[in-house]
Design a protein around this ligand. Structure first.
Ligand code: SF4
Length: 354
């Protein structure tokens, strides 16, 4: 793709686990991100979804240069960050901004909104009068009065604070914004307002988004493509409608089933059982096999690789291509009923009823 803004190539991030805080012996590694690759085009929203602990936020932190990768590379507008000069890294930091999950914690309560929104401009050397103009432009573009710049964060509602966060991300006119669970801390009633605002901003400015979320419902609303992560790996990569309407990987299917509203039938009625295993002791073969109701002997022995299906998506599962035809996705599984509960950061889970 010649309009690719950012490309992730074989990215790996392992965190060593030590016996003590100081000079401890390394006893293993948490494989937070384990060889993932994807690209994001101009004006595209690419969503990374998965349960808490799947590695999606680590990917976001790697892209934001808050962490260095163990191996692999990030290319920005075709240039490797690995070989970038200091000025190119500064330009990258300017071009890639973030909107964080917590609109309450993300804004310094002692700073006026004008200072908060204008801080990235100050860091990059913009003068006072230009900062004031750009801050007011940004506030207007997210639907806040420009006079908000003299107020403090506590004077705003949660949705308005997230608008302030979006305004702050827009001031440097970035090419890419990483949205880390941007609406999960907001009331359901105002989530769609913030998501619609982000879509409008994207339409007007052609910005690319990487959207990190456990909530497939909000992902479907605003994403073009989705990558489903499980224990540091991508298990399915495809169009948003493809994955939400007809998931191919059993794990994607269970996430879709869990986010299907009560009274509606999911496209593939499949439960997810048990807890996410430790990322330090990833199961052999397919890491999902201890929780997969379709696991075959090969699944615990051989790790599947991402394979392209005829419809263009990629999936990592031994059911393809030979076994998937024998599964009736629309049938309820015998002896299993489903109920929804929440885990970790509020991510979905479907458990068999005892
Ligand atoms: Fe299930 Fe096997 Fe596919 Fe893994 S590879 S998702 S265990 S069927």
């Amino acid at each position: 793709m010649n309009n690719t803004v950012v490309e992730i190539r074989n990215l790996v991030k392992h965190f060593p686990v030590k016996t003590g805080v100081i000079m401890g012996r390394t006893i293993g590694n948490v494989k937070a991100v384990d060889d993932i690759s994807f690209g994001v085009s101009q004006g595209e929203t690419f969503a990374l979804v998965g349960e808490s602990g799947c590695g999606k936020t680590t990917v976001a932190n790697l892209i934001l240069k808050l962490l260095d990768p163990t191996s692999g590379d990030i290319l920005f507008q075709g240039k490797s960050l690995d070989r970038a000069s200091g000025s190119e890294i500064r330009q990258y930091r300017k071009s890639v901004q973030a909107v964080l999950q917590d609109p309450y914690g993300a804004l310094n309560p002692r700073m006026r909104v004008g200072h908060i929104v204008g801080e990235p401009l100050e860091v990059h050397g913009y003068g006072r009068s230009e900062r004031t103009r750009l801050v007011r432009d940004a506030l207007r573009s997210v639907g806040l009065p420009e006079t908000s710049d003299s107020q403090f964060p506590h004077e705003f509602s949660g949705g308005q604070r997230q608008r302030i966060g979006v305004a702050r991300a827009l001031t440097l006119e970035p090419s890419l914004i990483v949205l880390d669970e941007p609406v999960s801390n907001l009331d359901v009633s105002i989530r769609s307002q913030v998501l619609n605002l982000l879509k409008d901003v994207q339409d007007q400015r052609g910005i690319s988004f990487i959207l990190i979320s456990h909530d497939l419902a909000s992902v479907e609303h605003m994403s073009h493509r989705i990558g489903v992560m499980y224990l540091g790996k991508l298990v399915e990569l495809g169009g948003a409608e493809q994955i939400c309407d007809d998931p191919a990987h059993p794990y994607s299917a269970s996430l879709v089933a869990a986010s299907t509203p009560p009274g509606r039938t999911p496209p593939w009625q499949i439960p997810i059982v048990g807890e996410v295993p430790s990322a330090m002791e990833t199961p052999s073969g397919c890491a999902f096999h201890p929780r997969c109701i379709y696991a075959m002997p090969v699944c615990s022995q051989v790790a599947p690789s991402l394979t392209k299906l005829p419809d263009g998506r990629q999936v990592s599962c031994h059911l393809y291509p030979d076994h998937i035809g024998s599964i009736d996705k629309s049938a309820s599984l015998p002896g299993l009923e489903f109920t929804t509960s929440t885990i970790g950061d509020g991510g979905p889970e479907v458990r068999p009823v005892e």
